[in-house]
Design a protein around this ligand. Structure first.
Ligand code: AMP
Length: 444
C-alpha cells in the first residue's frame, strides 16, 4: 500500500464526495469512505435503497447520463472529488467530461477504459506490451471465423468485442457450437458490441482477481480476491455478475504477487504510458493461474462487484486518501499499510430467476446488525411509495463478514442470511469453498 501519510492538508478537499453508480460496489465504497475524518458528505448518484443507510451517505436520484444536469448538481453540492463506479460511464467518457470542467475524478478516461470496452483493443494492447494472455484471433465475418475454427485443435473461447453486461463470453463444447455462437454474435445478438468477435485459446487453471490503484505512472496493489461467477453450487450453471467472493486468496503467495507485478502489472502501466494514456483509477486484472504462469483473461477499468464489497471492509479510514492521491497523480511510494489482518467473505442474495428473467418489488426483511464485522451492502433494492425496502434487481444484497479465518467469516455471513427474507431469495451455500476448512459440501 502506498500512501503519503505526511501532509493531512492535502486531503482537506475531500469534504464533499460524489460516487456515480447504483450497485453494491458503490454502496460499499460509500461505507468505506465515510470512515475518513476528512469526509463530511457522500452523495451516491443515483444510488439505491441502501444508499442512505450509512453515516454521511445520501442518495441523489439523478440520471448521470444527462451530463449537463449532473454537472449542475455537482456544482450545487460543492463536490470536490468524484468516484465513477461502473464501466459504461467510464467507456462513454464521463471522466473526461468532468475533468474538462476541472473536477477531480477517480476513474480512467475513455482511452484507458478501452481496456474493458473493447476486447480486441485489449488483446492488441497485451500483444504490444508482451503481457501474458491467451492466443487470439479477431474476426468480423463468418468466413474468417470458419477458417480459424477449422484450423484450431480445440474448441475456442468466443467473445463479443464490446460491453455486453458480462454476458458476451462463451465457452463452447466443440467446433460446431463455436461456429454457431460466433454466427449469433456477428448477426447481432449483442448489437454493435458484437460487430467484432474475438476467438481465444482456451486456458485452464484457477482464476483470481488482482486490483491496482493507479495515478497514471505509479500503482499500489490491493488485497487479492476470488469471485464466483457461476450461479450454482460446485461452480456450475449459468454465468452471473458474481454470486460471492472472498479476500485475500491464498492461491497467490507474496512471491507470486511479485511475479505478477513484474510480468503483468508493470508492463501494463508501461504500455499505458507509451500510449499516452493517463490512467487514474482502478485497474482490475482477471487472471488465470495456468501451468505456465499467470495470464490475463481480462482487464476491467473499475472495481469488480462483488470483490469491491468483499475488500472494502479490509481497508482502514485512509482508503479515500489513497484514491484521491491516484486521482491527483500523486502516489509517491511512501509505504503505509492501510489494510487490516482479517479475511473477508461475501455472499450475494439474488432474485429467483437471475441471471435470466426475475420479478422485482418484493419487500425485504432484514435483521439489525449486531456485529461491527458484518455489513449489508445493497445492490438491486429500492424504497417503494409506502417507504418499504423492496427488491429492484437480480442481485439484491451482499452480506459481507470479516474474521480471523474464512470458516468463522462465512459462518457469520450464512447465519445472518438465515434471517434475511424476500420472495424468491436465492444464494449459493458454498461461497469460499476453496478456503473453508469446515466446508463439507460439494467442491469443484
Ligand atoms: P471475461 O468476461 O473475458 O472475463 O470472461 C468471462 C469468463 O470466461 C472468465 O472469468 C473465464 O472463466 C472464462 N474465460 C474467458 N476467457 C477464457 C479463456 N481464454 N480460457 C478459459 N476461460 C476463459
Amino acid at each position: 500500500m502506498t500512501i503519503n501519510s505526511g501532509k493531512e492538508s492535502d486531503f482537506e478537499k475531500l469534504e464533499n464526495i460524489a460516487i456515480i453508480g447504483n450497485g453494491g460496489r458503490e454502496n460499499a465504497l460509500g461505507w468505506a469512505i465515510q470512515k475518513s475524518d476528512h469526509v463530511k458528505n457522500i452523495f451516491i448518484i443515483p444510488g439505491n435503497g441502501g444508499s442512505n443507510n450509512f453515516n454521511k451517505c445520501q442518495r441523489i436520484d439523478l440520471d448521470y447520463s444527462d451530463t449537463e444536469k449532473l454537472i449542475d448538481k455537482l456544482i450545487e453540492l460543492n463536490i470536490n472529488f468524484i468516484i465513477i463506479g461502473p464501466e459504461i460511464p467510464l467507456a462513454n467518457g464521463l471522466a473526461d467530461i468532468l475533468r474538462e470542467k476541472d473536477f477531480c475524478v477517480f476513474g480512467p478516461g475513455s482511452d484507458g477504459a478501452q481496456l474493458e470496452s473493447s476486447k480486441s483493443w485489449a488483446k492488441n494492447f497485451m500483444k504490444a506490451g508482451n503481457i501474458p494472455t491467451a492466443d487470439f484471433w479477431k474476426v468480423s465475418s463468418i468466413e474468417d471465423a470458419l477458417r480459424i475454427i477449422k484450423q484450431s485443435n480445440d474448441s475456442l473461447v468466443v467473445k463479443a468485442d464490446g460491453l455486453a453486461s458480462g454476458k458476451g463470453v462463451f465457452i463452447p463444447e466443440d467446433r460446431n457450437e463455436t461456429l454457431e455462437i460466433t454466427k449469433q454474435i456477428l448477426n447481432g445478438k449483442f448489437g454493435k458490441a458484437g460487430n467484432i468477435v474475438v476467438l481465444e485459446e482456451r486456458l485452464k487453471g484457477p482464476e483470481v482477481s488482482v486490483f491496482a490503484l493507479c495515478d497514471g505512472k505509479n500503482y499500489v496493489v490491493l488485497p487479492t480476491a476470488q469471485d464466483h461467477k457461476r450461479l450454482e453450487e460446485g461452480d456450475r450453471g449459468l454465468n452471473t455478475g458474481g454470486m460471492g467472493a472472498y479476500s485475500p486468496t491464498p492461491l497467490i503467495s507474496k512471491n507470486d504477487l511479485k511475479n505478477i507485478c513484474e510480468k503483468i502489472i508493470d508492463p501494463t502501466i508501461n504500455e499505458l504510458i507509451k500510449k499516452n494514456i493517463d490512467y487514474r483509477g482502478v485497474l482490475y486484472f482477471g487472471l488465470m493461474i495456468t501451468d505456465s504462469g499467470a495470464k490475463v483473461i481480462e482487464y476491467n477499468c473499475r472495481f469488480g462487484d462483488p470483490e469491491c464489497q468483499t475488500m472494502m471492509p479490509l481497508m482502514d479510514k485512509h482508503f479515500v486518501n489513497l484514491i484521491y492521491k491516484c486521482a491527483t497523480g500523486n502516489l509517491d511510494g511512501t509505504e503505509q499499510d492501510i489494510t487490516n489482518n482479517m479475511v473477508s467473505g461475501c455472499v450475494i442474495a439474488t432474485s429467483n430467476g437471475y441471471p435470466q428473467d426475475y420479478e422485482v418489488g418484493y419487500p425485504i426483511l432484514l435483521e439489525n446488525i449486531k456485529d461491527k464485522n458484518l455489513q449489508i451492502f445493497h445492490s438491486g433494492t429500492s424504497i417503494n411509495e409506502s417507504g418499504e425496502l423492496v427488491t429492484n434487481g437480480g442481485r439484491v444484497l451482499s452480506i459481507v463478514c470479516q474474521d480471523k479465518d474464512f470458516d468463522s467469516a462465512f459462518k457469520k455471513a450464512y447465519e445472518y442470511l438465515n434471517g434475511v427474507d424476500f420472495k424468491g431469495i436465492f444464494y449459493r451455500k458454498d461461497i469460499g469453498h476453496q478456503v473453508r476448512e469446515n466446508y463439507k459440501g460439494e467442491k469443484n
